[in-house]
Design a protein around this ligand. Sequence first.
Ligand code: PGA
Length: 250
Amino acid sequence: MSSGRRPLVAGNWKMHKTVAEARGFCEALAGMVDPAAPVDVAVCPPFTALQASAEALAGTAIAVYAQNVHEAASGAHTGEVSAAMLLDVGADGALVGHSERRAAGDTDAQVAARVRAGIDAGLIVVMCCGESLDTRRAGETEAWITRQVREGLAQATAADIDRLVIAYEPIWAIGTGETATPDQAQEACAIVRAVAGGVVDGQQLRVLYGGSVNPGNAAELMACPDVDGALVGGASLDPESFAAIVAAAA
Ligand code: PGA
């Protein structure tokens, strides 16, 4: 973490929590996060719980991000949700290109279009990238991340810096309990920053690490100079554990 960049800790709930559970979580979390702490905090509920989460967090500094956003403004896109629809229910941002979405078919071109559409609508966009275990074993991590960042930012411009965040999430570390070492996280996040620096001011860009972040390893990961926070899955489902990670960032 560099002193010039404000850290961000975002909790990706994935396909978890009903409306009532989301409300209870948000009310609990609001009481646990120090509003004066120098860290941005966001929760990423499923679409169905966005509005309830935004309502429960109204008046707090905790933001609400969706887990995806479609690139079109409206139209024949069954099952998809537009940026305007997210804003309509109180969302402040969206993840784009999570590896679980990419595995379900989202392409680099769609990721690029979604980054553009989300930022244009006024959302904060957290674009995700990260390599598989096979790619890492083949020694192709740098080339993989470089391509994903270049293609994901294909429609981005320098003016997007205030609304753009990139999360490096090695697929082999997601939900496996096998966290990247601080050295691995630092090395990859530095690559992300350097590549993105061809489009936006790399020194201002926030780059997060994600993949089995928990209260026990968060501090050392976020202490890396190029790691500006965390995208947290499993450990974000419980307010105590998520709040502990937020406190580690602050
Ligand atoms: P995890 O998930 O923290 O459960 O590994 C991270 C993510 O997929 O964003």
